[in-house]
Write a protein that binds this ligand. Structure first.
Ligand code: PMP
Ligand code: GLU
Length: 401
């Protein structure tokens, strides 16, 4: 094997834990094991037919070439309209929109464009796995701000205030949240934005789950609550979750011109543009019938109620009722320290390993999200799988001593 080394920037990041667990589940399935995966945050529904049809039509109409780096004008205009509708009428200009290769790429662009060595980026925990890794990759420091379940996993103004220094470059908020499913109500979000207004840093709001809201919860966008902060705010969104389009890889950011232009430059030197046909599929998703979204959302809500009920019926496990997204965030701290066939379960990582071996269920350990002792279960899967999986998990937990 060659002794040549990789670039040192790789030393500070690790692979995505969510993708790694999902990959392991896939490998076990391929090897013939009956594995039920609760690992990946990906709708199990097919992309709605009208969107697929529009993509076929776009190919036939010639959407098979390069586009402008920041995405085609028609799509950016539609994103502006959709965003204004979803965010209390606060309107961007098409030049302030950059279409990206999934929302993850929007966040990656932002990391490259906005942070560098010496900068600090505040990330509330539990956090989505990629936020701190992207920050570290560009040489900046991820400052983790803790939240608790009692606070609904919402960052408290005093915790934010304590995390701010003169090196703070940005705050990354995710609402509804991956991995907790918790969403900010208007008052708690306003209180945070008031703290932001006293300082000068970028506010990145990841609203990729903004349309997946349950039980009549009134979800409000940061942009709508503090339009006066628009020149410091970047909204990240996309079609992956709302329209079951994870594989199409289309996301976007809405940002002040200077930031949008920087991301455009980065794309012109990296991806050139997001895939042309996928952009037209996203355009059809935003402009076409929205009934499939309503139906998928209703299914997620039924699954949420089912899985949270099943989790809370197991002695040693507990999960809060989430307001949105499709994750149950399970407090499994009571099981750490128990024994499986004489072997001590030392952590959530051990517990996830045990549940994979014993119950053939793949869950992501909370440690990956900065929340040791917890487990994340994606319920973007069928009610049948939830029933079967939870029965298996209950039996496996009952065997612990
Ligand atoms: N943000 C959050 C909070 C997510 O859960 C995901 C899902 N992977 C993304 C961004 C990235 O979405 P996409 O698949 O569009 O890159
Ligand atoms: N966001 C999804 C998840 O958390 C997909 C995997 C990933 O992008 O990390 O499972």
């Amino acid at each position: 094997m060659s002794t040549l080394k990789l670039a040192s920037r790789l030393d500070v990041i690790k692979p995505s834990a969510t993708i790694a667990v999902a990959q392991k589940a896939r490998e076990l399935s391929a090897a013939g094991k009956d594995v039920l995966s609760f690992s990946l945050g990906e709708p199990d529904f097919p992309t709605p037919e009208s969107i697929c049809e529009a993509a076929h039509a776009a190919i036939r109409a010639g959407a098979t070439h390069y586009t402008t780096a920041r995405g085609v004008q028609e799509l950016r205009e539609v994103i502006v309209e959709t965003s204004a509708k979803r965010r209390g009428g606060v309107r961007h200009r098409p030049e302030e929109v950059v279409v990206t290769v999934g929302a993850k790429h929007a966040l990656f662009n932002l990391a490259l464009a906005l942070y560098g060595p010496g900068d600090e980026v505040i990330i509330p925990a539990p956090y989505w796995v990629s936020y701190p890794e992207q920050v570290r990759l560009v040489g900046a420091t991820a400052v983790i701000a803790e939240t608790t379940e009692e606070q609904g996993f919402r960052l408290q103004p005093e915790t934010l205030r304590a995390a701010i220094t003169d090196r703070t470059r940005a705050l990354i908020l995710c609402t509804p949240s991956n991995p907790t499913g918790s969403a900010y109500d208007a008052d708690s979000l306003k209180a945070l934005l008031e703290v932001c207004a006293e300082h000068d840093f970028w506010i990145i709001v990841d609203e990729i789950y903004g349309e997946l809201i349950y039980g009549g919860f009134e979800n409000r966008s940061a942009l709508e609550l503090a339009p006066e902060l628009k020149d410091r705010m970047v909204v990240v969104d996309g079609v992956s979750k709302t329209y079951a389009m994870t594989g199409w890889r289309i996301g976007w950011l809405l940002a002040p011109t200077q930031v949008a232009n920087a991301c455009d430059t980065l794309q012109s030197q990296s991806t050139s543009n997001p895939t042309a046909v996928a952009q037209y599929a996203a355009l059809a998703a935003l402009t076409g019938p929205q009934e499939p979204v309503v139906e998928m959302c209703a299914a997620f809500e039924r699954r949420r109620d089912l899985i949270i009920g099943r989790i809370n019926a197991i002695d040693g496990l507990h999960a809060r009722m989430p307001e949105g997204a499709f994750y149950a965030f399970v407090d499994a701290r009571a099981l750490v320290g128990r024994h499986a066939a004489g072997k001590r379960i030392e952590s959530d990582v051990d517990l996830a390993g045990y549940l994979l071996d014993e119950a053939c269920c793949a869950l992501v350990p909370g440690t990956a999200f900065g929340a040791p002792g917890y487990l994340r279960m994606s319920y973007a899967t069928s009610e049948d799988q939830i029933e079967t999986g939870m029965a298996r998990i209950a039996a496996a937990v009952a065997k612990l001593s």
